[in-house]
Design a protein around this ligand. Structure first.
Ligand SMILES: NC(=O)c1ccc[n+]([C@@H]2O[C@H](COP(=O)([O-])OP(=O)(O)OC[C@H]3O[C@@H](n4cnc5c(N)ncnc54)[C@H](OP(=O)(O)O)[C@@H]3O)[C@@H](O)[C@H]2O)c1
Length: 429
């Protein structure tokens, strides 16, 4: 074993960074044996230097992250600050000064992954980010390496624990969205400002990263269609139950049937209770991958939290250190397929539509005509009447999002349709 240690600069020592530092210390001997050289924490950049940090030598703490990555003797920079800047500049500076980088930063990777990969390649360094998607769950490396010989057609995932906790609560207790969110906040599953989670921004960043790797195509955050889950109601769950379904916020990356394009989207959707993703409870994450040769694979586990996320960071750290010792780099960006990313209108799926209609003869025929005129074929219709008003629940066969939108627009114009109570896509069948 080499005795000269590999030097690691830790940028950020919060929820994830503090656990990375702890595991680096407590598992130092095992890590050294697995890598073939000891790893040494050479510096820790933070915002608040005076904060007490258990297990961290205060002499290593600095507020000057730029000086730390520019030292020139750093082998690996672990970026767990988060956000776009200064993380982006620190990562590119690290490459320019000879370090490889491990990051957990989904927001940055989804926005600027291509440029960061290019910078890593230019300097002959590694950029690893297993922790950026679904915390502890091995997903990036299986997609990038284990499935490199297969053709992935679909990635369907629950990649945000906060929203899964909320939806699971709504499902199991009949609670409304706000009540379930309040409980998630009280238990520490939701942030004080839950926007990034409940509006699907966090999941959309992960979808962009997953789609890019799965389809060997650059997929940027802007390419991902996004709908949050704040409008999901207890009534939607009741409808889902009647259909033998539950509701999940899903990140869905798909190759079109002709293989010529891909789509990436995040939205709430009904999935059958028989689908493996339906049984993913609480704040857990799971990703279902469908590919030509392997068939269906499911990856499941804790998608966040300091220690689980640090597990993924440490796995990357070991891999990058091994590469460093053998004078090589791991796989970089693979975007050779360069498939076009289609807009949401071209996505084809099934829909569950709930309409408030006048309870009088001929309404059903009128509604059915609108669906037919837009080429959307109806699978089932259920009608419940009450005091001259009725609710009509229509489940369609597969149709494009554009056709469905045209249908809904036309339905809204019918005198007999009082309102469109909800529209939910049905996935996983
Ligand atoms: N938390 C999770 O469960 C989880 C899961 C997967 C991925 N991630 C990703 O991991 C990253 C870190 O998340 P986290 O939850 O650990 O965040 P966090 O608890 O807020 O920690 C951020 C750390 O960065 C430091 N920092 C902030 N601005 C800085 C600056 N300008 N220069 C130097 N240090 C700075 C902070 O310093 P102070 O300590 O002085 O405030 C803090 O130590 C993010 O990209 C996040 O998306 C997190």
């Amino acid at each position: 074993m080499r005795t000269r240690p590999l030097k690691v600069a830790l940028l950020g020592c919060g929820v994830v960074g503090s656990e990375v530092a702890r595991i680096m210390t407590t598992h130092a001997d095992d890590l050294a044996a697995r890598i073939g050289a000891p790893v040494e924490l050479a510096g820790v950049a933070v915002r608040r230097p005076d904060k007490v940090r258990e297990g961290i030598d205060p002499s290593l703490v600095t507020t000057d992250a730029t000086a730390l990555v520019k030292r020139g003797d750093i082998d690996v920079v672990v970026e767990v600050i988060g956000g776009i800047e200064p993380a982006r500049t620190l990562i590119t500076t690290a490459f320019a000064h000879g370090a490889s980088v491990v990051s957990a930063n989904k927001a940055l990777l989804a926005q600027d992954g291509a440029a960061l990969h290019a910078a890593a390649e230019e300097h002959g360094k590694d950029l690893y980010y297993e922790a950026a998607v679904a915390g502890a769950i091995p997903l990036i490396r299986p997609l990038r390496e284990s499935l490199a010989g297969d053709k992935v057609n679909r990635v369907l995932g629950i990649v945000n624990g906060t929203t899964n906790f909320i939806l699971d609560k709504m499902d199991s207790t009949g609670a409304g969205y706000q009540e379930a969110l309040d409980e998630a906040t009280a238990l520490g599953y939701a942030e004080a400002d839950p926007t990034a989670d409940v509006e699907g921004f966090d999941a959309a960043a992960k979808a962009a990263i997953l789609a890019g790797i799965a389809f060997h195509t650059r997929v940027r955050l802007d390419d991902v269609y996004r709908e949050g889950m704040t409008e999901v109601t207890a009534a939607d769950f009741a409808s889902a139950k009647e259909m033998g379904c539950t509701i999940k916020l899903l990140a869905i990356c798909e190759r079109a049937a002709d293989g010529e394009s891909v789509t990436a989207r995040v939205h709430p959707a009904m999935i059958p209770l028989t689908h493996p993703l339906a049984s993913v409870r609480g704040a857990y994450n799971a990703v279902f991958v469908e590919s030509d040769a392997s068939g269906q694979l499911m990856f499941y586990g804790p998608g966040a939290g300091g220690s689980p996320t640090a597990s993924a960071v440490l796995g990357d750290l070991v891999a990058v250190c091994r590469n460093r010792l053998s004078g090589t780099t791991g796989p970089g960006e693979s975007a050779y397929a360069a498939l076009p990313v289609s807009p949401m209108g071209e996505v084809v799926t099934r829909y569950h539509i709930s309409l408030d209609v006048a309870d009088k003869p001929g309404v059903l025929a009128q509604v059915a005509t609108v669906f037919a005129e837009h080429g959307v074929s109806i699978d089932t219709v259920r009608q419940q009447g009450k005091d001259g008003e009725a609710s009509l629940v229509v489940v369609t066969h597969r149709a494009s999002d554009a056709a469905l939108n045209g249908t809904v627009e036309a339905l809204r114009k019918l005198d007999t349709v009082r309102g469109v109570a909800s529209i939910m896509r049905v996935e996983g069948e």
